[in-house]
Ligand binder design. Structure first.
Ligand code: ZN
Length: 427
């Protein structure tokens, strides 16, 4: 085994610990969902810093303000013809309801297309739209906006699985000024329900007029958060830097995979590279706001460090690598109004070669919702890659918890990234 590896590469790889990585995941997930600027996130930051200090890395915190969303409770109460409570999840970043909720008749609008809205009178009603596995929805902003423009009072997405995964009110635009739509005549609250409850609700709606009240108790505000950096100086070329990055915030769940997995792996690599110092500087960055809010953390980093970017020889972003099948190298990403933008072929090749030399299989994929936190780097001509496991059954659900993580698969990803980063430092 490891015949293709030099001795120092072998030592580095063999030292990577699945237990260490899993301990990071358990510790960072221990306080619940890490909404931007939340108490749970502060605790995760403390843990991250403590570990970096232990490893002897220089720790730098950079505070900034970011849009934050925090769901407290959402519920769809059916009031007629029978009484029934349907648990639901708020669409991420949706407007909350007044405390008494929003009441009205529920109306089914199929997949929620323009044509279906043309055929149905939704004025003053709560629309129910189906999310099918054949054409799963991504960013919901434009769809909710369409319902609002037709006079709907609220939007319920019936998801094809239980528990439902949480989608967001973003639009999927690259242009950051268009990531959220202004809804006319007003913003309407939006939630997601799972398939088990949808079945019951649908059979009721087939027979009768169904009325209900939707409650969304959530906070939407600007909050302070931090990018946390850990710096391990290179032996030969300390001025040159390789960045290993991951967003830290989560979407209404502990986010063991999305994206505690990324944070745990770069933290373990901080330990490894402190011990086996590579030629160039390694910088670990945990971004304070990344998930579905326009990658605010990584864009803030870019703006702050614009003058230093020429020294960054590569950035590897890890986002949601906890569950699913093969590890994927994302080769390109697209947006509604931009792309495809390609990730860096040289780093991708290094990752692939590292995987091959370690006897692992990695596959390729493309993403239709952009390039996560690799985007700001690529836009600023910094070579960057993104590793992802997209076939993740628990993505953005309450089951994205440490218990569902296989520590060994995280170790594999850490080995691949660690080896590729070491080789990149020697180029
Ligand atoms: Zn993510």
């Amino acid at each position: 085994m490891f015949n293709m590896l030099k001795n120092e590469e072998k030592n580095l790889v063999l030292d990577i610990s699945a237990d260490e990585i899993f301990a990071h995941i358990e510790n960072m997930c221990a306080h619940g969902p890490r909404y931007v600027g939340s108490e749970a996130d502060s605790k995760a930051i403390e843990y991250f810093k403590k570990k970096l200090n232990e490893y002897g890395a220089e720790v730098i915190e950079e505070e900034f303000e970011a849009p934050a969303f925090e769901e407290r409770k959402s519920l769809l109460k059916i009031t007629s013809p029978i009484e029934m409570e349907i648990p639901c999840k708020a669409v991420f970043f949706t407007t909350p309801t007044p405390s008494e909720g929003v009441s009205g008749e529920l109306i089914f609008v199929g997949s929620g297309s323009k044509e279906e809205f043309e055929k149905t009178n939704v004025e003053g009603k709560i629309v129910v739209v189906e999310n099918s596995p054949e054409s799963p929805k991504g960013a919901l902003g434009l769809e909710i906006s369409l319902a609002a423009s037709k006079g709907a009072e609220a939007y319920v997405l019936a998801h094809f699985a239980s528990p439902p995964y949480v989608l967001m009110t973003e639009t999927g635009f690259f242009d950051r000024s268009k990531r959220f739509v202004e809804m006319e005549p007003k913003e309407i609250p939006a939630v997601i329900i799972g398939s088990l409850h949808w079945k019951k609700l649908y059979s009721l709606m087939e027979k009768d007029t169904v009325k209900g009240t939707l409650l969304v108790d959530a906070i939407r505000e600007k909050r302070k958060t931090k990018n946390v950096r850990g710096i391990i100086l290179g032996k030969k070329h300390p001025e040159k830097r390789i960045l290993l990055v991951a967003h830290r915030d989560t979407v209404s769940c502990p986010g063991a995979s999305d994206n505690t997995s990324g944070n745990a792996i770069i933290l373990e690599l901080a330990r490894i590279f402190s011990k086996y110092r590579p030629d160039t500087t390694i910088e670990i960055v945990s971004f304070g706001a990344g998930e579905v809010l326009g990658c605010v953390g990584s864009w803030t980093y870019m703006e702050k460090h614009k003058d230093e970017l020429k020294n960054v020889i590569g950035a590897i972003n890890l986002d949601a690598v906890g569950f699913g099948g093969h590890l994927r190298i994302v080769t390109e990403g697209s947006w509604i109004d931009a792309g495809p933008i390609k990730t860096d072929t040289k780093i991708n090749r290094l990752l692939e070669e590292a995987a091959k030399d370690l006897n692992y299989v990695v596959k390729h994929t493309v993403c239709m919702l952009g390039l996560s936190d690799a985007t700001p780097f690529l836009v600023n001509d910094v070579p960057a890659a993104w590793l992802w496991k997209y076939d993740d059954p628990y993505w953005h659900t309450d089951l994205d918890i440490p218990e569902n993580i296989d520590p060994n698969s995280l170790k594999i990803t850490a080995e691949i990234v660690g080896l590729a980063a070491k080789r990149l430092s020697e180029k």
